[in-house]
Structure formats: structure tokens, C-alpha cells
Design a protein around this ligand. Structure first.
Ligand code: PLP
Length: 354
């Protein structure tokens, strides 16, 4: 399929590279492609970023049949533009498609679409340290129809925008509220898919945690409220003595690409990484025994987010003396080093945009 290109006649003013937020500025162009039953995916095109008119009966507005992805393009010191494991994002997109009854997309074609869009808007990739171009592919159900069934038509879109650090705190430790009332997902639900609806389900707990002065929620399993699942928009790791522990992918946890990359890096350093069930009780007990050395979240947006404090049922613990743990720092340096091509890329994770 050939991607048609219509370039903007009104390029926007780009924000200063050293004053970037996250998710509030969008580049000049977007990618869009249609799905029609019987015809498959068709009409891929890159057009100026802008509003789209829809009927209010659009299925996505009512039943939330919508999934997304998130990855970044980086500009290296040499001015080269690279992506980090985009094949993994498109593989996961299709896994989300399967769960939400959305027709699959050709993964290689989708990666090509991302590359083409990024190449067109390459001047939007900021150059200040730790900045990047955030890429948001997503699919929505577009039948104008009320009634619960999978849609017969969809749109796949990709938008991008320059971003700075995800957390205002930067690589400083964040305060985490362990949530015992609300749950994000349950096994058998859609927690393992990157479905928009998972975020709708998370808002209330996030709001309450914010009011109490916490940055993010740590989710426990939806049945026993006992086992750690993940942290808001990130997977979570704990360093317990010599063991690095992260919850196993049990069907309600999002299989993060940063998570997977961290596991691969940690193992390549000769460290013991266990993907297993880990209860919040175990974490607090490990802390009492002096075994809880550090904890951190992993995700594309923040890369590594050290956890400085955990609050659970009126108990509060401070980790790594409220500072960045040794492994958190090393993972951050190595991952971002690979992403910006400042370090060797032994796993071939980085791919160039021509
Ligand atoms: C996207 C996401 C993550 C992190 O995944 P990455 O591929 O590492 O960016 C973790 N948890 C949830 C709920 C997510 O949506």
C-alpha cells in the first residue's frame, strides 16, 4: 500500500526544546488509514494535523472500543533519527486488537508508516537532553451505531509531539500510593491490552492519590488486593536483597516493552531477575528486614521512575533513603544511552529513520 502525503501549508511554531511538557503539543502531520469490512485496511495517508468531524453516534464514544500505543523517536548527537523497538509496539498493538475485536494491522507496514511520519516531521524532534518525539498510534471504532457489537469500520491514526520529562520531578523518586479500594484490571479483563478503557477505570484512584500528595497509584490484584500488579502507567520492579523481582505477566498486567528491555539488560549484567507473584506484604516485610534496596517503575514515557516512598494502609516506607537507587540509575543510563546512540546497542533495539 502506498502512503499518500499531503503536506501542511501552515507549519506551526515549534515550542522551545528546553521548555517541553508531555502530551500538550502536536507536530504538523498525522497518519490516518481506514478499515472497512470486506475491504480491509485501506487509504493510508499523511495529512496536516487537525480536527476531524465525526457523528456523535460513533461507536468509540459510547462503548470504548479503542486501543493505543506509545513510543518515541530520538535525535542522536549526530542528528540521526532513531526509534526504539517499534516492532514490539506494533506486535503489542495487534495483541490489543485481538482482545478488543479490532482487525489486525500489518506490523511491518505500521512501522513503515511511523517512520514515514517521523521523517516528515523530523524537525519536530527536540534536541535538548532527555527530550524526544512521542509517537501515539491508536485505533478507534468508527461505525455510527448504537448497540454493543464490534464495529465494522475503524480508523488507525498516528500523531506525534515533542516531549520533555514525563514527571516534573525528573529522575527524582516519586511517592506512590498503594491502592486497596479500587482496581485497574482483573485476570480475564482487558488489563493486558493497551486499551483506553483501562485508563478510564484508573482515573478515580489516581485522583484520590493526588489529593493525598502522591504521584501515582500502585495497583494490587483485583481479587485478593494482595499481589502487586503495576504502577499507574508503568510496570514495577523491586530489588530484594540480590533478587530483582517484577510481577509475572498474569493476564491483567500490561506487558511493557521497557519492562522486557530492563529484564533483558539486568540478566545480561548477570543479575537474578524473577518474574513472579509478589505481595505487598512481602515488600513491607522485606523493608523491615532491611532487604528492600530499591524499587522503580518502567515505561516509555518516563523510562525509569525511582520510587522514593510507598504508602499502604496507614503504613509508610521510604526507599533508598529517598534517593535514586543504584540499579535505577544504571538502567536509566544504559537504556537512554542505547536510545540516543551514546552507548553500544548489543541487542539491536534501535532502528534508524531514513
Ligand atoms: C504502556 C503501559 C506501560 C508501559 O509499557 P511500555 O511499553 O514500557 O511503555 C505499563 N503499564 C500500562 C498500564 C501501560 O499502559
Amino acid at each position: 500500500m502506498e502512503i499518500k502525503v499531503e503536506l501542511t501549508q501552515n507549519p506551526k511554531t515549534k515550542p522551545a526544546s528546553d521548555h517541553l511538557g508531555f502530551g500538550n503539543v502536536f507536530s504538523d502531520h498525522m497518519f490516518i488509514m481506514e478499515y472497512t469490512e470486506g475491504k480491509g485496511w485501506h487509504d493510508p495517508r499523511i495529512i496536516p494535523y487537525g480536527t476531524i468531524a465525526y457523528e456523535p453516534s460513533l461507536m468509540v464514544f459510547h462503548y470504548g472500543q479503542s486501543i493505543f500505543e506509545g513510543l518515541k523517536a530520538y535525535k542522536t548527537d549526530k542528528g540521526e533519527v532513531v526509534l526504539f523497538r517499534p516492532d514490539q509496539n506494533m506486535k503489542r498493538l495487534n495483541e490489543s486488537c485481538d482482545r478488543l475485536c479490532i482487525p489486525r494491522i500489518d506490523e511491518d507496514f505500521a512501522v513503515e508508516a511511523i517512520k514515514k511520519l517521523v521523517a516528515i516531521d523530523r524537525d519536530w524532534i527536540p534536541e535538548a537532553p532527555d527530550t524526544s518525539l512521542y509517537i501515539r498510534p491508536f485505533i478507534i471504532a468508527t461505525d455510527p451505531f448504537l448497540g454493543v457489537r464490534p464495529s465494522n469500520t475503524y480508523q488507525f491514526m498516528i500523531i506525534t509531539g515533542p516531549v520533555g520529562a514525563y514527571y516534573k520531578e525528573g529522575l527524582n523518586p516519586v511517592k506512590i500510593y498503594v491502592e486497596s479500594t479500587y482496581v485497574r484490571a482483573v485476570v480475564g479483563g482487558i488489563g493486558a491490552a493497551k486499551a483506553s478503557a483501562n485508563y478510564a477505570a484508573s482515573l478515580r484512584a489516581q485522583m484520590v492519590a493526588k489529593e493525598k500528595g502522591y504521584t501515582q497509584v500502585l495497583w494490587l490484584d483485583g481479587i485478593e488486593r494482595k499481589y502487586v500488579e503495576e504502577v499507574g502507567t508503568m510496570n514495577v520492579f523491586f530489588v530484594l536483597g540480590d533478587e530483582v523481582v517484577t510481577p509475572e505477566l498474569n493476564g491483567s498486567i500490561l506487558p511493557g516493552i521497557t519492562r522486557k528491555s530492563c529484564i533483558e539488560l539486568l540478566r545480561s549484567w548477570g543479575l537474578k531477575v524473577s518474574e513472579r507473584k509478589v505481595s505487598i506484604q512481602e515488600i513491607f516485610e522485606a523493608n523491615e528486614k532491611g532487604l528492600l534496596r530499591e524499587a522503580f517503575g518502567t515505561g516509555t514515557a518516563a523510562v525509569i521512575s525511582p520510587i522514593g516512598e510507598l504508602y499502604w494502609n496507614d503504613r509508610r516506607i521510604t526507599l533508598s533513603g529517598g534517593r535514586i537507587g543504584e540499579l535505577s540509575q544504571r538502567l536509566y543510563d544504559d537504556l537512554t544511552g542505547i536510545q540516543y546512540k551514546k552507548k553500544p546497542d548489543p541487542f539491536n533495539w534501535v532502528t534508524t529513520v531514513k
